[in-house]
Design a protein around this ligand. Structure first.
Ligand code: AMP
Length: 444
């Protein structure tokens, strides 16, 4: 299969060739012909599958044949959850539309609105936007949708997680009823299907990476370590292995900043990217990291969502995510496009529950590797496959015989850890279990 079999015109093929893509990825093979036929699609595909080109190439083809956008009008709206993803999608649109006479722009919050209003004035063929800023622009009458032909919802699951459901429904209500809808999501949960209902018509369903399986070329393991030793272990690993480009995930904004300071004092250039940073700071951080000016980028899940960095060799989970699906998203940053990568998690005893949920989700036990000099006093218990998600382990210390063959070494300390395991608090401080939304609000 080559790109020239997909029904794309020469100008687009030339741009694809310039990117160095030889063969269309599975999502591209399936999505491009369906979109060119004018079908609605629902595609289960994560970042790293080539989904952006999967929807951008055919929509450029369609747009190149129609009438140009009139002032303030938009012909294709691409909604994304985060500013970084919006900027990245816009960069792809520019690259693929290089030889076409189409105008695109991107709008997101955190930067001045006036220049965005000016750019919309002339009318745009492709607008990439985050929901909040788009609502502002619409309410200020800076943008109109009478000419809208195609709506793309990129990373729809993440948009729902981030609480954009009302904004999305509102925005959709501004659009003409007759339009083509393309929805991309890492997973198709009940909520996503409910959103799609009544919005997407008779879609072609495409699934390229089965839900919640991790990329095969990523080698994953954990280093059990005490919490207070984590930053020293990270610095040790970076120095020992001479890693030059490391993406580190931390759970909170303050945690990211603190870790950067700790690495910086050890002369390891590190920079944080999270919701408290201005858009310009985030963009600069990402550029510096991509160019190799800083060795380590520490990111929260929301800030890192969708970041596309080619050939990222190492992803480190400094903290395990509270939402197990985020683990899959995180490690999707490495080992992409056939290159192998390493996803290494530093796990302390109090993260047992997160580890158990992740292992359950990815249906595999992660290898455990102890690092000399960093063996934990509080070991991470080995989860039992028969654990029920809701079963409380608080009053029932796990038996030391429930060990995994990969972790025979740890069996002695597992017993200790069960006894020492701290009681977990909810993120709200109350007695109810934490909800996804608590986690999001805290970390965004
Ligand atoms: P995406 O899933 O859209 O975030 O794309 C992930 C990465 O794959 C990006 O760096 C793209 O430039 C790259 N890519 C997209 N399509 C192809 C292809 N057919 N062959 C090789 N790389 C591709």
């Amino acid at each position: 299969m080559s790109f020239s079999n997909l029904g794309l015109s020469e100008s687009i093929l030339k741009a694809v060739d310039k990117q160095g893509y030889k063969t269309p990825s599975p999502i591209q093979q399936q999505a491009i012909p369906a979109i060119l036929k004018g079908k609605d699609i629902m595609a289960a595909a994560q970042t790293g599958t080539g989904k952006t080109a999967g929807f951008t190439l055919p929509l450029l083809e369609i747009l190149s044949k129609g009438p140009k956008a009139k002032p303030k009008q938009v012909r294709t709206l691409i909604l994304t959850p985060t500013r970084e993803l919006a900027a990245q999608v816009e960069a792809s649109v520019i690259a693929y539309a290089k030889h076409l006479n189409l105008y695109s722009t991107v709008v997101f919050g955190g930067v001045k609105i006036n220049p965005q209003m000016k750019r919309l004035q002339r009318g745009v063929d492709i607008l990439v936007a985050t929901p909040g800023r788009l609502m502002d622009l619409y309410q200020q009458k800076a943008v109109r949708f009478d000419q809208l032909e195609i709506l793309v919802l990129d990373e729809a699951d993440r948009m729902l997680d981030m609480g954009f459901i009302h904004d999305i429904r509102k925005i959709v209500s501004y659009l003409p009823e007759k339009r083509q809808n393309l929805m991309f999501s890492a997973t198709f949960s009940k909520e996503i299907r409910a959103l799609a209902k009544g919005m997407i018509n008779d879609p072609v369903e495409i699934s390229v990476s089965p839900r919640n399986t991790t990329v095969k070329s990523v080698k994953q393991w954990i280093h059990p370590v005490d919490k207070k030793q984590k930053s020293a272990l990270l610095a040790h690993l970076i120095e020992q292995n001479q890693w030059t480009q490391v993406l580190v995930f931390a759970r909170t904004k303050h945690g990211s900043d603190r870790l950067c300071r700790q690495l910086n004092t050890k002369r390891i250039p590190a920079i944080a990217i999270h919701g408290n940073k201005s858009q310009n700071q985030r963009t600069r951080a990402l550029q510096d990291f991509k160019k190799g000016k800083v060795q380590v980028m520490v990111a929260t899940d929301i800030a890192a969502r969708g970041i596309d960095i080619d050939q990222l060799p190492h992803v480190i989970n400094f903290d395990l995510p509270n939402v197990p699906e985020d683990y899959v998203h995180r490690i999707g940053r490495t080992g992409r496009a056939g290159k192998s990568g390493h996803a290494i998690s530093l796990v302390s005893a109090d993260e047992f529950k997160q580890l158990r949920d992740i292992e359950r989700l990815i249906k595999q036990k992660l290898d455990r590797k102890l690092v000399d000099g960093f063996e934990p006093d509080h070991d991470v218990p080995v989860s039992n496959d028969n654990d029920k998600p809701k079963k409380s382990f608080k009053n029932k210390p796990r038996k030391s015989s429930q060990k995994h063959p990969q972790n025979k070494k740890n069996s002695r300390s597992n017993k200790q850890a069960s006894a020492k395991r701290p009681q977990r608090k909810t993120s709200t401080g109350g007695n109810r279990p934490p909800r996804k939304s608590d986690v999001r609000k805290k970390n965004a």
